[in-house]
Design a protein around this ligand. Sequence first.
Ligand code: PEP
Length: 252
Amino acid sequence: MRKPIIAGNWKLHKTVAESLELANTLKTSLAGTTDTEIIIAPVFTALGKVAEALAGSNIAVAAQNCYPEATGAFTGEVSPLLLKDIGCSHCIVGHSERRQIFGEADQFINAKAKALLAENLKVILCIGETLEERQGGKMYDVLTTQIKNSLKDISAADMQNIILAYEPVWAIGTGQTASDEQAEEAHAFLRGLLQGMFDPEVAEATRILYGGSVKPANVDGLMAQEDIDGTLVGGASLKAEDFSRIVQFKCS
Ligand code: PEP
């Protein structure tokens, strides 16, 4: 059985005070949730204070990015070591905004994943095709390349600390969600890839989240799919009421 995960990616939103307000509201409203793992990813400057406020709660704190070296002459960067130091347990890597806006490639994403694993942090690894790639019939090739390169030299044992997030780029921040069937098809494909790359146990145990305009109105249908183990939520994670409802999805 894979325990569901609902993660909120706050992107570049909210001051420290606003982040604390949202985190504390979620802490209260979701205190009774035990059957779903909850993760929030505030901006770098709010991570320490939010992690302090949520210490001992059922909400884990993720960074949205990191640099794959512990220390050194890397102006402006933040390492897994420093994230761990301020109470983060997870970090998102490979988000399509980092791939597209900052030109990050699979090799760099792989280095970040390995650096996070070395610090015993959990990795939320995002992958997904663009609309052009999907329409050009390249979706499966793109997903295969991204997964194989991003997970290069990562062991079956390390896969316990990797969470995959399938995020079709055309659905992120567009209000256009993949249908339940489109999402399930991609997730089942990814699970099959994991089986080939590792073994059936890893394929069965790895949580694969869906991301792309997840809202209270569409979460239940997505979560009812066999291979969808949770969601990575952008816009709707900024509103306490919406994110709480997403965490409390109803699977019939
Ligand atoms: C995301 O940023 O990972 C995301 C899925 O955003 P949104 O929910 O706003 O589409």
